[in-house]
Design a protein around this ligand. Structure first.
Ligand code: ADP
Length: 580
């Protein structure tokens, strides 16, 4: 059934009331819808992306691809180097037609020129093999054994295969073939590779083959480490990033063969561990594997640290976001509260203005009519008119002061003043009111206080505000005490009452502008909420402070502390602007 129009109106009315009535609710909704939701969605999406990144290992795959490429380039360059060296040696080979002594001489010369070679040989189908080895190495039994083994092996092989071999060599682009094998040295495993080539300037039909064996120690100690370091330096110079480390293994690094765990040669900063990516050498260095990884870290660790850093950044950002939101929320709700206080203030002040004005008018009119009998009555009416106009003046003074302070235009007139006298005089003019309200009054003023630099009017106004509050906020026990004394280089002006007191959580707030405690008596008492904020401003302008000690139901003690000696200075306006 359709709701009646009356019902509809009441519902929409209620809704409108909730909406316009509660600024705080509106603020919360705006913050949540406009800021929190998108921010939360953004953070969630980012976290999700990071999580999936961890799973996909996209970056790691990219690095591995880069490594593969690097290894391919490295192999190519290492091979290139071996070819170039070998081609140089080939050009220096003796002619097969030379005298044997000359051939020996030439081969020995090549060995002395090329310490990287272990052995060189010249094979001729009709003359057999002439093999020379580094002479000073022949004392090493392993090297000596290698010489004989190689000589025998090659002789045996070429005696039957020389023809096929020569043909095959001529078919190759660079006319060099390689044969790699394991050797042996005192410290264990050794790797050697031998280059075979037809000699230049020798007819294709002649079965002549030259050869050179790269020395195991040279490969291990010089050739590979130098090549690897140069490659790494080149790569680092090219695109920076994490420095790399490379290694040359015998065999498959993942296999459990004996040599796998021990690299044959490595770049300078190779640390323990397995390479990230490996590549088996082909052609020149068959049987060896080239490996690469980051220096001192792994792709996995890098990936993890990226993700961690991502999470961290996101976490910090989220915290900042939440912090920002909290701050915004707080400052906006402060503004909202202030706006409410302001509107209360307007109604309070209008009320406070209206009452004395009405009284003044009433009594003035009565007096005007001249119908009052008895001098005491007349005097009472005059007194009421006077005190009411005093109250008005005090209120208007407070408001004027406040607006000056807010505009940053409040100026103080500091003069040498006898504070004891100022306090006494102020209290004297107030005495009648105090008595009239039925207050027990105690005053203790130390007359020996030296003159101090103060703004008389401001200090008197502070005292009046404090005394006025005590009168206003006392119900059953009416006591007022004012004390002026000197303590530790400062002057203290205390105003004590046995009134309603102030709750602990409100004690700091009462010094804020417009603030009035949430007490019933306070609400029934007239006030603007400006008095104490003025007192605080005045105290600060004098380089002093105002504090309150209070127990609800027992009373309050307001203490205005002023420095005894004060450099005269006009406080910077914003430094003493009232905190909102
Ligand atoms: P007003 O008195 O015009 O409200 P004030 O700034 O002087 O403004 O005081 C702020 C609030 O502090 C008062 O509304 C009251 O709640 C509380 N207050 C001030 N002085 C006293 C006091 N002596 N005893 C209890 N409450 C006090």
């Amino acid at each position: 059934m359709e709701p009646s129009s009356g019902e509809r109106t009441s519902w929409s009315d209620r809704l409108r009331k909730v909406w316009t009535g509660s600024n705080r609710l509106r603020l919360m909704l705006t913050l949540e819808l406009a800021v929190m939701l998108p921010a939360a969605a953004l953070i969630y999406l980012n976290f999700d992306q990071l999580k999936s990144m961890k799973r996909d290992k996209v970056l790691e795959a990219a690095i591995h691809r880069d490594f593969q490429q690097m290894l391919a380039i490295a192999e190519k360059q290492i091979n290139q180097k071996a070819y170039t060296v070998t081609e140089g040696i080939r050009d220096q080979f003796p002619s097969p037609d030379a005298e044997k002594a000359d051939k020996v001489h030439k081969l020995d010369w090549i060995l002395s020129e090329h310490p990287e070679l272990g052995h060189v040989f010249l094979f001729e189908a009709d003359r057999g093999i002439l093999m020379r080895s580094q002479p000073e190495r022949m004392n090493d039994p392993y090297f000596f054994e290698e010489h004989h083994r190689l000589e025998k092996q090659i002789r045996g092989w070429f005696t039957f295969e020389a023809k096929t071999m020569v043909e095959a060599l001529h078919k190759r682009t660079r006319r060099i073939a390689w044969f790699a094998e394991q050797g042996k040295r005192a410290d264990g495993y050794a790797y050697i590779t031998t280059a075979f080539f037809p000699l230049p300037r020798v007819s294709k039909d002649r079965l002549v083959i030259g050869g050179a064996t790269f020395d195991a120690d040279y490969l291990k100690e010089k050739f590979f480490p130098e090549m690897l370091d140069a490659l790494i330096a080149y790569k680092l110079g090219e695109d920076g990033g994490n420095p790399l480390a490379m290694v040359v293994y015998a065999g498959d690094p993942d296999g459990d063969a004996g040599h796998a765990s021990k690299p044959l040669a490595a770049s300078a900063r190779w640390t323990e561990g397995k390479p990230e990516v490996s590549r088996n050498f082909a052609d020149v260095f068959t049987g060896l594997t080239l490996g690469i990884k980051f220096q001192g870290t792994s792709v996995d660790a890098l990936g993890r640290s990226w993700v961690e850093r991502g999470f961290l950044t996101l976490g910090v950002l989220s915290l900042l976001l939440v912090g920002g939101l909290v701050l915004t929320y707080r400052s906006v709700s402060k503004e909202v509260a202030l706006a409410r206080l302001k509107s209360d203030f307007v109604s309070n002040v209008s009320h406070e203005l209206r009452t004395p004005l009405a009284l003044i008018r009433l009594y003035a009119e009565t007096l005007e009519l001249g119908r009052i009998k008895g001098q005491t009555k007349v005097e009472e009416y005059y007194r009421i008119i006077r005190t009411e106009s005093e109250r008005l003046t005090a209120l208007i003074n407070n408001i004027l002061d406040f607006s000056r302070i807010e505009a940053g235009k409040k100026e103080y007139d500091f003069r040498q003043t006898d504070l004891a006298e100022l306090v006494r005089n102020t209290l004297d003019t107030y005495r009648a009111q105090i008595d009239e309200h039925g207050f027990a009054f105690e005053q203790s003023i130390d007359s020996s206080i030296p003159p101090v630099q103060v703004d008389r009017e401001a200090i008197a106004r502070s005292l009046v505000n404090l005394v006025n509050n005590s009168l206003k906020y006392s119900d059953t026990e009416k006591f007022l005490g004012v004390k002026l004394y000197r303590a530790d280089g400062v002057l203290k002006l205390e105003v004590v009452d046995h009134g309603i007191g102030i709750a602990r959580n409100e004690q700091a707030k009462v010094f804020e502008k417009f603030y009035r405690a949430g007490n019933l008596l306070v609400h029934n008492t007239k006030g603007s909420g400006l008095g104490l904020s003025l007192v605080r401003h005045i105290a600060h302008a004098h380089g002093g402070e105002v504090e309150v000690e209070s127990t609800p139901g027992k009373g309050s003690k307001f203490t205005l502390t002023l420095p005894l000696e004060r450099a005269i200075q006009q406080p910077a306006n914003d430094a003493v602007r009232m905190a909102g």
